[in-house]
Ligand binder design. Structure first.
Ligand SMILES: [Zn+2]
Length: 390
């Protein structure tokens, strides 16, 4: 879809411990469509909480030859290791595989599908949408129907339809016909959307950027770190069931024993009509990764936050601060695990989260990757000791 692009990557590797700074600049053939293809495949995958298999399969393939010790745990989290000069310190990069979605609740006698939500939605955003139900026989397309505009009363036009009253029309005339398509209670449903590059811009439209953009950014950062010096071993965790209460992240510490954690997520962009108050959401597309200084699940280590901003400034990487009350993330589960671990949440600014589609800007993705690469290169044992000195 997009043409190839030659990217020049300036890499500044700070050699920790010796206080030396080695500047290496090398040109790198970086096809733009490698990232686009990965984002497309990851966001089009139907994988709400508890049904992360399709995303796990994509990551297993991407991590082959890149990471060692690729394995899963008892809940379905996927792990891999990028070894460094020693097994310690251990830097954990984390992002979640699941997306907000729905599960089949009930098939009525006429073949209409009722559903529960997994993760937080605004009900208005669910009505009159194409849906995909993933069955053992393959994907089934449907539609969350509503009355024709011709017969909606004046009162009904502004009334909210609650999610539990909505249904999906899959074309079946009976429950038996719906079942013959492979549908049963408990199967996953997502919006039936497709990844789109928006009209020749560097902005992308897709469902499930939350949190496939985090997984893609982590994977691209690991690809670059593979050929760069880093004074640590990097553990990668792709978690399950984040949208269902951070459940996968709750057991990640047991498998990775990290000394410090970088969680990658979406940020909450507020730069569009209807939401113009920076008091609610201050991130803007194109201004760089969002460093979360507060969310409803975590207040990060302030020394870590200051070190991250200094690292970004030293490498001319733009960044924004993010502070959102109604937002929880996996990093918080690690922060309060073991004997307490410094963790940060970094978000790729995203418009319209937890709805049918979201929009991101490619420059924010690239700058998030750059920031993660620089952070990993700087997180020596000595630096982590400074961050955890209270
Ligand atoms: Zn998320």
């Amino acid at each position: 879809m997009l043409g190839r692009r030659v990217g020049v990557l300036a890499v500044v590797a700070a050699l920790a411990g010796a206080g030396l700074t080695v500047v290496r600049v090398h040109a790198q053939q970086q096809p733009a469509d490698q990232v686009v293809h990965l984002l497309q495949e990851l966001t089009d995958a139907v994988a709400p909480s508890g049904f992360e298999g399709p995303v796990r399969d994509i990551l297993r393939r991407e991590w082959q030859g890149l990471l060692t010790n690729i394995h899963t745990d008892g809940i379905g989290n996927l792990f891999g290791t990028l070894p460094g000069p020693a097994s310690s310190p251990r830097v954990l990069i984390m992002a979640h595989m699941d997306e907000v979605g729905f599960l089949v609740r009930y098939i009525d006698p006429d073949g209409f599908i009722f559903f529960n939500n997994v993760g937080g939605y605004i009900d208005q955003s669910v009505l009159t949408q194409r849906m995909t139900i993933l069955t053992p026989k393959g994907p089934v397309t449907g539609y969350t129907g509503f009355k024709s505009g011709h017969i909606v009363s004046a009162e009904e036009r502004s009334r909210l339809v609650h999610l539990q009253d909505m249904f999906i029309d899959v074309g079946a005339k009976s429950r038996a016909e719906a079942e013959a398509m492979g549908i049963r209670p408990g199967l996953p449903i997502t919006y039936g959307t497709q990844f789109t590059v928006l009209n020749g811009t560097h902005r992308y439209l897709a469902k499930a950027f939350d949190d496939r953009v985090g997984l893609a950014a982590a994977t691209e950062a690991l690809r670059q770190l593979k050929s760069l010096p880093h004074p640590n071993t990097v553990e990668m965790a792709a978690t399950v069931q984040e949208e269902n209460g951070l459940r996968g992240a709750a057991v990640v510490q047991a498998s990775t024993h990290p000394d410090i954690v970088i969680n990658l997520e979406i940020g909450i962009a507020g730069d569009f009509p209807l939401l113009t108050s920076p008091k609610l959401s201050q991130e803007r597309l194109g201004l760089g990764p969002g460093i979360f200084v507060f969310d409803s699940s975590m207040i990060p280590n302030n020394t870590f936050v200051d070190w991250i901003t200094q690292t970004a400034q030293a490498h001319q990487i733009p960044y924004q601060f993010e502070s959102v009350g109604g937002y929880g993330e996996d990093g918080s589960e690690l922060q309060r695990s073991g004997t307490g671990i410094p963790a940060i949440n970094i978000g790729v600014p995203t418009r319209y989260g937890h709805s049918q589609s979201s929009v991101i800007d490619r420059s924010d993705f690239d700058n998030t990757v750059k920031l993660v690469v620089q952070m990993v290169q700087g997180l020596s044992a000595e630096q982590i000791k400074k961050i955890t000195a209270f």
